[in-house]
Design a protein around this ligand. Structure first.
Ligand code: SF4
Ligand code: SF4
Length: 74
C-alpha cells in the first residue's frame, strides 16, 4: 500500500471543490480559514491519502502537489 500526502498552495486555491469530489478516499475538505483572496482552501481531513494524484489532476489551478511514499513494512 502506498501512502501519500498533499500540499495545497493555499493562496492559489479558489475553493472550486473539484478536488474534494475527485478524491476516492474522501480525504479532502475546505478549511474554516480563508486565504488572502477570501476563499476557503482545500486541506486534508484525515490520513487516508494514497497519493493517487486524482486531486492534483483535476485542480484547474495546479494548486495541489502530491507526495507518495511506500508504507514501511520491514
Ligand atoms: S492524492 Fe488521491 S487520495 Fe490523496 S487527497 Fe488527492 S485524490 Fe485524495
Ligand atoms: S481543485 Fe484546486 S482550486 Fe479547486 S478546491 Fe481543490 S485545490 Fe482548490
Amino acid at each position: 500500500m502506498i501512502r501519500g500526502t498533499i500540499i495545497v498552495a493555499t493562496e492559489i486555491c479558489k475553493a472550486c471543490e473539484l478536488c474534494i469530489t475527485a478524491c476516492p478516499q474522501d480525504c479532502l475538505e475546505l478549511s474554516s480559514q480563508l486565504n488572502s483572496k477570501g476563499y476557503r482552501y482545500a486541506q486534508l481531513k484525515n490520513d487516508l491519502c494514497t497519493g493517487c494524484i486524482n486531486c492534483a489532476i483535476v485542480c484547474p489551478d495546479s494548486a495541489i502537489t502530491v507526495y507518495r511514499q511506500p508504507k514501511a513494512n520491514k
